[in-house]
Design a binder for this molecule. Structure first.
Ligand code: C2E
Ligand code: MG
Ligand code: MG
Ligand code: MG
Length: 282
């Protein structure tokens, strides 16, 4: 087609653009096949309570094993999955896998861990979501109180009315919700107050340089005290050092998640972590 438009049309596609287009098409084709081929897996990262120093839950994080020994991180395929609509079946897979695994772990270990599942914009605005959640909880036997969904501020604020409605429906079922990457988007504090939310996760960019960076320190301290007033739990994301941990403990942050406690782990390793850390009988 470019040819038919004349000589100059060739200028529209540089070799680099061609490469980028080819790469994207390959990625998209691979992504479409990946579900059928069972190439997606879910890793779990513990959430630790500062109150009793025990694991109270975990975040489900998807990975794509594109080839043996090659794990593609979500940031490299979630945006494309979102764009193409593949996020819907992929999201279903993650929800089902996470709920089934959590139900099994809780039953085997006598725990009541809460699993949190990330939802993208398209998933969160899907009017079938409550029905899906209900069906998955029923099929896996996971109590609704053991499921939490995570959405970013941006997703929440995109359409406040539908978001509030969705959260209300989930809350009605007993499923809680938290705001992910808090502080990086645009939140209206007014709506924050009105939304049925259980927790806020402070983005790891604010945690990284505490306690040294005075502005990060001010932001983190402010978020924690604001949430205390709003009766929202606060989770610190990306806690990597003992110094950050001690500092957040001092600020009476509720929970922490990060490499200091554990990296996201494949399910069997997560179960081993629970035993080793004294959360479950060895
Ligand atoms: P997120 O929901 O904010 O997840 C936290 C990310 O921070 C994870 O990256 C996790 O591995 C990483 N992380 C945790 N602790 C630390 C730490 O101490 N230091 C550092 N540097 N990083 C830490 P991951 O697994 O690569 O996921 C990236 C993002 O992809 C997630 O950010 C989430 O937005 C998205 N995502 C992951 N799984 C899903 C999914 O199933 N569905 C959807 N829609 N999005 C997902
Ligand atoms: Mg998250
Ligand atoms: Mg986050
Ligand atoms: Mg994120």
């Amino acid at each position: 087609r470019a040819k038919a438009q004349g000589k100059n049309a060739y200028q529209l596609f540089t070799p680099q653009m061609n490469e980028a287009v080819t790469r994207r098409l390959n990625l998209e084709a691979g992504l479409r096949r990946a579900l059928d081929r069972g190439e997606f897996l879910v890793h779990y990262q513990p959430r630790l309570s500062f109150v009793n120093m025990r694991t109270v839950g975990m975040e489900a994080l998807v990975r794509w094993r594109r080839e043996p020994g090659m794990l593609v991180p979500p940031m490299e395929f979630i945006p494309l999955a979102e764009e193409t609509g593949l996020i819907v079946p992929l999201g279903e897979f993650v929800l089902e896998t996470a709920c089934a695994r959590t139900a099994a772990i809780n039953a085997a270990m006598g725990l009541s861990l809460k699993v949190s599942v990330n939802l993208s914009a398209r998933q969160f605005s899907d009017t079938n979501l409550p029905e899906l959640v209900d069906r998955v909880l029923g099929a896996t036997g996971l109590p609704p109180a053991c499921l939490e969904v995570e959405v970013t501020e941006t997703v929440l604020m995109q359409n406040i009315a539908t978001a509030a409605n969705m959260l209300a429906q989930l809350a009605e079922m007993g499923v809680s919700a938290s705001i992910d990457d808090f502080g990086t988007g645009y939140s209206s504090l007014y709506y924050l107050k009105k939304m049925p939310l259980a927790a806020i996760k402070i983005d790891r960019s604010f945690i990284r340089d505490i306690p040294r960076d005075p502005s990060d320190l001010a932001i983190t301290t402010t978020i924690i005290s604001m949430c205390r007033g709003l009766d929202l739990a606060v989770v610190a994301e990306g806690v990597e050092t003992q110094e950050q941990f001690n500092f957040l403990l001092g600020l009476r942050c509720d929970e922490c998640q990060g490499y200091l406690v554990s990296r996201p782990l494949p399910a069997p390793d997560f179960e081993a972590f629970l035993r080793q850390s004294g959360n479950a009988p060895g």
